[in-house]
Design a binder for this molecule. Structure first.
Ligand SMILES: [Zn+2]
Length: 436
């Protein structure tokens, strides 16, 4: 009902078309997303928490003999939602509610997520490289240099690399699953810090990374994503910034041919195809994002089978945004939406609803007033239609069909927008907005 009001659509509009046209996910699928997100939160609870133990126990309850649908336990419902969306269940890994860094300790002097000299994307790579070398030879003159990088290849392979320039060592780690590149960047930093703590003597070390978001995340008081990995890095940082250690994390721009960064990048890319690697298991930080995209995919799969049976199926097969079908003026936007949904105030539709006595056009006796009749055939609007045809011909659109007029079957988004704008002008000049 609210969707119908928001779209300006008739009550008789199929609800599935209203959802697809508005981009608002059906409530049942949205509930599945919420179930998955809350399951992710449960998986991060301490093992002593009663709900957490229930989640662990539920592994034996996933195939219960019978669960009455209305009384399905919450965790079972969430697990089933994950299965429906083809998502791996989040592993129960407790995450500390507070970071290991005490409030009195400020990490910002040790983590620099920016370049000492401001520059823009249009700055020449040669100049950026010179700035880097100048910083490297002054600020980090006597430091041991380490470069880290993360890489990924579709569909789900990830690799992290750390290049220890002064030791001529390059370490790589790989993992696969439902993660993002930020996870790979954080894993590279974490593994490099573990290596430093385990194998090196206390000294001055600078770790260069090209991931600004990773360093920004490390500086946040309460990280909301990648919490477990960030906490582990913070713990190492606390140790390695205390004398006799002297550690700095410094951001450097990528793709400007800085030698160490190039070597780490190449190593991470090579690690994606190698099978003899150290495997690591990151936390499921990207799970909420994955749950969202899985729900959208599930919804689109549902629309692909149901929308073709509706009038809207001529113009869309999924729930993707169609900004070119929108108009800045509300009444014209509503008219275009109703024409796309196939539910209008024209006589044929009102007659089907039993609201009027005949479906005929006001100007054409014994001819049904359908959307096609109004837009393509009614002689009342012949001169306007001729003008419309000329405008479309000048854009290179030669066929005049309802499908084309409302943006269907045109690949170029800019052309599609112009065609819909011509159609809007036709509707506005025909003075039939109030009837549509
Ligand atoms: Zn007519």
């Amino acid at each position: 009902m609210a969707l119908h009001i928001a779209l300006g659509a008739f009550k008789s509009t199929p609800i599935i078309s209203s959802h697809a046209e508005s981009g608002v996910m059906p409530f049942s699928i949205y509930c599945m997303e919420l179930d998955c997100r809350l399951l992710h939160r449960i998986s991060a609870l301490p093992s002593s928490h009663p709900v957490s133990s229930l989640y662990c126990l539920s592994t034996v309850l996933r195939q219960p003999p019978t669960w009455p649908r209305v009384r399905l336990p919450y965790i079972i419902r969430s697990i089933r939602a994950c299965h429906t969306l083809s998502l791996d269940l989040p592993r129960p890994v407790p995450v500390a509610p507070l970071p290991p860094v005490p409030p009195s300790k400020d990490l910002s002097p040790y983590v620099t997520p920016y370049f000492p000299v401001p520059f823009s994307k249009s700055t020449y790579a040669v100049l950026v490289r010179q700035l880097y070398y100048s910083m490297d030879s002054s600020v980090y003159k006597d430091f041991l240099r380490i470069y880290t990088d993360g890489s990924h290849s579709l569909p789900s392979s990830f690799a992290s690399a750390a290049y220890f320039e002064d030791l001529s060592i390059c370490q790589t780690w790989s993992f696969s699953g439902q993660y993002d590149v930020l996870t790979a960047e954080l894993i590279a930093i974490l593994q490099a810090l573990e290596f430093i703590r385990t194998f090196l003597q206390p000294q001055s070390v600078v770790l260069y990374t090209d991931s600004q978001s990773a360093l920004t995340l490390l500086l946040s008081d309460r990280p909301v994503t990648h919490v477990r990995t960030v906490h582990a890095i913070m713990e190492h940082l606390l140790f390695l910034v205390t004398p006799p250690w002297h550690l700095r994390l410094q951001w450097i721009p990528s793709h400007v041919s800085i030698r160490g960064n190039k070597i780490a990048d190449a190593a991470a890319k090579r690690a994606l195809t190698s099978s003899t690697l150290v495997h690591v298991t990151p936390d499921s930080a990207t799970f909420p994002k994955l749950a969202r995209s899985a729900c959208i995919s599930h919804w689109n799969a549902h629309l692909a089978t149901t929308l073709p049976a509706s009038h809207l199926g001529c113009f869309r097969s999924d729930a993707s945004e169609h900004p070119w079908a929108r108009h800045p003026y509300g009444d014209i936007d509503v008219a275009i939406t109703r024409l796309r949904l196939g539910q209008t105030g024209l006589a044929s539709h009102l007659y089907r609803l039993g609201m009027i006595e005949h479906p005929w056009c006001c100007w054409c006796p014994q001819v049904e007033e359908t959307i096609e009749h109004l837009m393509l055939w009614c002689p009342r609007f012949h001169s306007l239609r001729t003008l419309l045809r000329e405008r479309l011909s000048s854009l290179g659109v030669l066929s005049l069909s309802l499908h084309t007029l409302l943006g269907g079957g045109i690949e170029d988004p800019r052309l599609r927008e112009r065609v819909v704008r011509c159609t809007s002008d036709f509707i506005q000049k025909s003075r039939q907005l109030s009837r549509i």
